[in-house]
Design a protein around this ligand. Structure first.
Ligand SMILES: O=C(CO)COP(=O)(O)O
Length: 254
């Protein structure tokens, strides 16, 4: 299958320079499957991007955790897509649920960001996912489809997009989605892409899972047919991130 396993580490708003150096050292020394088998991307806070980029092994890549919705200018506190490109940062995470919920980023705003970042040449990890209330109300797929539609309405080339399905109730809670729950949404999302974008985009776009992924649950989750990797929060700051990268092997032997 053409979809290469993808493991992202979202460090969120954590770390000191000393801690970042330690994490990078641990990653640099790790024995992991080759780039043919797994694509590894770590996402430190903006201020540590140059440090990580200049010290991280060359077979791992870096991502910013956000960027501004259009060309830079008089937007105090923002970082533009152009700046990331200028620093050779290849990836950006957009639409993370923490930004949607706390900073009130709407589906349309996230869609605009994704389109703009792609147009500047960045690769995008676009996050979608439902809250516990939405799941309990039976509207998981409606929510995820609306979030994805806002992206699909603005994007024609999906080759540089990875979709991260991150149920909000599983993020930072230790309450991981069961492999069957993850597979169900990933499968529905792929069908949505087939129907609303194209069969080719559905077949080739990686849909990764995020929400309390750890060294213990990654193999079973990664073994699901439509789970193409992970976006890892808390565990990406720990040595167990290496075990999660190694979960890519489950696909190779599948
Ligand atoms: O939000 C996440 C990754 O973007 C997931 O976070 P946790 O792995 O800490 O639940």
């Amino acid at each position: 299958m053409a979809r290469k396993f993808f493991v992202g580490g979202n460090w969120k708003c954590n770390g000191t320079a000393e801690e970042v150096k330690k994490i990078v050292n641990t990653l640099n020394e790790a024995q992991v499957p080759s780039q043919d088998v797994v694509e590894v991307v770590v996402s430190p806070p903006y201020v540590f991007l140059p440090l990580v980029k200049s010290t991280l092994r060359s077979d791992f890549y870096v991502a910013a955790q956000n960027c501004w919705v259009k060309k830079g200018g008089a937007y105090t506190g923002e970082v533009s897509a152009e700046m990331l490109v200028n620093l050779d940062i290849p990836w950006v995470i957009l639409g993370h649920s923490e930004r949607r919920a706390i900073l009130k980023e709407s589906n349309e705003f996230v869609g605009d960001k994704v389109a703009y970042a792609l147009a500047q040449g960045l690769k995008v990890i676009a996050c979608v996912g439902e809250t516990l209330e939405e799941r309990e109300a039976g509207s998981t797929m409606d929510v995820v489809a609306a979030q994805t539609k806002a992206i699909a309405d603005r994007v024609s080339n999906w080759s540089n997009v990875v979709i991260a399905y991150e149920p909000v109730w599983a993020i930072g809670t230790g309450k991981v989605a069961s492999p069957a729950q993850a597979q169900e949404v990933h499968d529905e999302l792929r069908k949505w892409l087939a129907k609303n974008v194209s069969a080719d985009v559905a077949a080739t776009t990686r849909i990764i899972y995020g929400g309390s992924v750890n060294g213990g649950n990654c193999k079973e989750l990664g073994g699901q047919a439509d789970v193409d990797g992970f976006l890892v929060g808390g565990a990406s700051l720990k040595p167990e991130f290496i075990d999660i990268i190694k979960a890519a092997e489950v696909k190779k032997s599948a």
